[in-house]
Write a protein that binds this ligand. Structure first.
Ligand code: NAD
Ligand code: TDX
Length: 341
């Protein structure tokens, strides 16, 4: 396989490149990444060589994308602006990378008949009510996202991801692009940018800064280890049916307050040693994925089923890799402080 990975120097993309490198030695990988503030060459530097090359460039650069796509047979598309809070301050790069970027790649996939996998998010479906607000605490059917759920995005980030999914649908139906889509829940693990919830709190504690919880902390996210996400994408790429969408999730629902208390406990702090700050405008209440289709049709199962142990490994990674995040910490916190968060 000659594989192009867009966004392969970011959090999930670099973990995917590492996964393919370690498990599929016959794959040649070209990473196309703009190295925005979220991309970091260091994430894949040790892999660069005969089997992995990095091209620094924009997925909206049509001549560059055309040239690179003419040299591969498969593309997994991660590149995106990925942070909700940033999209609330300035949506424009989200339109550029997430919408125009996906369009540019699809046009090349169409021209060269590339097998295309589009990496998307459960946030395209909007949010679900909290279980405590549902009759019988939501243990019945229909209270999780399925591939039948209605698109209902809440933020500039999720609406541009929803738009990109729609482009993939259109190009698949009208131009027979051989595409699949996956919508995954919240990832955690090594190499996640410190603007995101879990690494922000870990690095806050390591830096002597009080952790910051938005609002009441009742909001629920469905956590999955990024390595389980990589394995799921590989499974869809190799066994998935063209034109299909697969939801990826590992039954990892936790409210933010519980996650923060667990981080504090694992780092030897008092569980109430945090600050409640201004809530995110339009803050989605709850995400929860029903991944039955992926499990029953393609045989994928998550391996990181113990969240506490996965979180402990993640804390150990940030503790051991201070050089990876330290230089950016002050600027990330200064940006949040400006927003009252
Ligand atoms: P990230 O922000 O850590 O990485 C994004 C990468 O894309 C960076 O390396 C960046 O430099 C690159 N990039 C951005 N714009 C580009 C452009 N115009 N041209 C080329 N490269 C560009 O994001 P992530 O958390 O790793 O997310 C990766 C993908 O997975 C995104 O599509 C996101 O929507 C999706 N996703 C993320 C999660 C999550 O929990 N983080 C969950 C589900 C889906
Ligand atoms: O400091 C914080 N305090 C806090 O309480 C931050 C940064 C976040 N939060 C809350 C907001 C969310 O309820 O934690 C939760 C997780 O926040 P983020 O890490 O920003 O993730 P989220 O907005 O849920 O989106 C993530 O999952 C889906 C990724 O960033 C997206 O790219 C992905 O599509």
């Amino acid at each position: 396989m000659k594989l192009m990975v867009t966004g392969g120097a970011g959090f999930i993309g670099s973990n995917f490149v590492r996964y393919v490198y370690n498990n599929h030695p016959d794959v040649q990988i070209t990473v196309l990444d703009k190295l925005t503030y979220a991309g970091n060459k260091a994430n894949i530097e040790d892999l660069l060589g005969d089997r992995v090359q990095l091209v620094v460039g924009d997925i909206c650069d049509a001549p560059l994308v055309d040239r690179l796509m003419s040299q591969v047979d498969t593309c997994v598309h991660f590149a995106a602006e990925s942070h909700n809070d940033n999209s609330l301050i300035d949506p424009s790069p989200f339109l550029h990378s997430n919408v125009v970027g996906t369009y540019t790649l699809l046009e090349a996939a169409r021209k060269y008949d590339i097998r295309f996998h589009h990496v998307s998010t459960d946030e395209v479906y909007g949010d679900l009510p909290l279980r405590e607000d549902l009759p019988g605490h939501g243990e019945g059917k229909g209270e999780k996202f399925t591939t039948q759920s209605r698109y209902n995005p809440s933020s500039p980030y999720s609406s541009t991801k929803a738009a990109s999914d729609m482009l993939v649908h259109g190009w698949t139906r009208s131009f027979k692009v051989r595409a699949t889509i996956s919508n995954c829940s919240n990832n955690y693990g090594p190499y996640q940018h410190i603007e995101k919830f879990i690494p922000r709190q870990i690095t806050n504690i390591l830096s002597g800064i009080t952790p910051k919880l938005y609002g009441t902390g009742k909001n629920v996210r469905d956590w999955i280890h990024t390595e389980d996400h990589s394995r799921a994408i590989w499974t869809i790429l190799t066994k998935g049916k063209i034109g299909e969408t697969y939801l990826i999730g590992a039954n990892g629902e936790q409210d933010n307050k519980t996650v923060l208390e667990l981080i504090l406990k694992l780092m030897g702090k008092s569980p109430d040693d945090y600050e409640q700050v201004k809530d995110r405008p339009g803050h989605d209440l709850r995400y929860a994925i029903d991944s039955t289709k992926l499990r029953t049709e393609l045989g994928w199962e998550p391996q990181f089923t113990d969240f506490e142990s996965g979180l402990k490994h993640t804390i150990d990674w940030y503790t051991a890799h201070e050089d990876w995040w330290q230089a950016e910490k002050a600027a990330v916190e200064a940006k949040y402080a400006k927003q009252g968060q």
